[in-house]
Design a protein around this ligand. Structure first.
Ligand code: R5P
Length: 292
C-alpha cells in the first residue's frame, strides 16, 4: 500500500506513512485564480493499493473536489484499489431529510466519490454511522474517543465525569467513561430546524464537586459547549474541560468556550490547529494495517 498525502492532511499522512512503513506519494495542489482546484500525484501508483488521506473540513467543497480528483487520478494512473481516509467527513450532519425539500447531502457526497472511483472509505467518528450503511461502497468509522480520554488520564484527570451535550452522542461519553472510570451522563439538546437555533437543558446530573469533560464529535461555533459549560457550573462542577474529534472552531469559538469557564480544549489533527493535541495517526495506521 502507498499513502497519498492529500493537501488538507499532509502532516497526518506523513505520520501515517512513518508508522505503517508504507511509502508516501506527495501531491502538488493549486487553487486557480477563479477558485478551481488542481491536483497532481507526484509518484507512481501503478498496480498499487493506495490510501488517500484527505480531511474535508472548511473549505469543504474545495477539499471534497481535491479528494475526488485524487481518487480519479489514482485510478487513471493504474491504482488497483483507492481507499480514502477522510478523518472529518463534511456534510455528515445532513444525513437525513429533516424538512421536506431537503437533500441527504452526505449520500450525494458518497455518490460523487463513487463516480470518481473510490473503493472504500475510512472516517473517524462520523456524525451518524447509519448513514455509512447506505453508501454504495464499504465505509467504516473508527473512534478517537478512547485516545482523547486517555489524554486526560495522562494529565491526571482520571475519574472525571464524561458528559455528552445531547442524548445522540451518549455512545461517545460511554466510550470515554470506560477509560476515565468516572460517571457518565448527557444533556438534552433541541434544534429548531428552520433557524438552526439550539436550546439545552438537563435533569439533575451528579456533577457537584467533580471534574467534568464534555465530549462531542464536532465543535463548530462552540455554542453547544458554551451552553453545556454553563449548565455544569450551575450544577456545581468544579472543573470543566472539553474534547472533540473534529475541532472546526469557527470564528471566536475557542475564546467563547474559554470565557465560559472551560479550562482546556482538546482535539485531534482531524482538523489541524494549535488545539490538535492528540494525533489520529496511530488509530488510522492500525486500521490500514488491519486492511492489508
Ligand atoms: C451536532 O449534533 C454535533 O454533534 C455538535 O454538537 C455540533 O455540531 C456542535 O456545533 P456548535 O459548536 O456550533 O454548537
Amino acid at each position: 500500500m502507498k499513502i497519498i498525502l492529500g493537501p488538507a492532511s499532509k502532516a497526518l499522512g506523513e505520520r501515517i506513512s512513518e508508522l505503517t512503513g508504507y511509502s508516501k506519494i506527495p501531491v502538488a495542489s493549486r487553487i486557480f485564480p477563479d477558485g478551481e482546484s488542481y491536483v497532481r500525484l507526484e509518484g507512481s501508483v501503478e498496480a498499487e493499493d493506495v490510501a488517500i488521506v484527505q480531511t474535508t473540513c472548511p473549505p469543504q467543497d474545495a477539499r471534497l473536489m481535491q479528494l475526488a480528483f485524487m481518487v480519479a487520478a489514482a485510478k487513471r494512473n493504474g491504482a488497483k484499489k483507492a481507499l480514502a481516509v477522510v478523518p472529518y467527513l463534511g456534510y455528515a450532519r445532513q444525513d437525513k431529510v429533516f424538512l421536506s425539500g431537503e437533500n441527504v447531502s452526505v449520500e450525494t457526497v458518497a455518490v460523487m466519490l463513487e463516480a470518481a472511483g473510490i473503493d472504500q472509505l475510512v472516517v473517524v467518528n462520523v456524525h451518524s454511522e447509519a448513514a455509512l450503511e447506505r453508501f454504495p461502497f464499504p465505509a467504516k468509522s473508527v473512534s478517537a474517543i478512547p485516545m482523547l480520554a486517555e489524554y486526560f488520564v495522562q494529565k491526571g484527570v482520571k475519574g472525571a465525569f464524561a458528559l455528552s451535550p445531547d442524548k445522540g452522542a451518549m455512545n461517545i461519553s460511554l466510550q470515554a467513561q470506560k477509560v476515565l472510570g468516572g460517571g457518565v451522563g448527557h444533556l438534552e439538546k433541541q434544534r429548531d430546524r428552520y433557524t438552526g437555533q439550539t436550546t439545552q437543558s438537563a435533569s439533575h446530573l451528579d456533577v457537584q464537586g467533580k471534574s467534568v469533560i464534555i465530549f462531542d464529535d464536532i465543535i463548530s461555533t462552540g455554542g453547544t459547549i458554551v451552553g453545556a459549560a454553563k449548565i455544569l457550573r450551575d450544577q456545581g462542577a468544579t472543573h470543566v474541560y472539553t474534547a472533540c474529534v473534529h475541532g472546526l472552531f469557527i470564528g471566536d469559538a475557542e475564546k467563547r468556550i474559554l470565557d465560559a469557564g472551560v479550562e482546556e480544549i482538546v482535539t485531534t489533527d482531524s482538523v489541524p490547529s494549535h488545539l490538535s493535541k492528540v494525533s489520529l495517526a496511530p488509530l488510522i495506521s492500525q486500521e490500514l494495517k488491519a486492511q492489508t
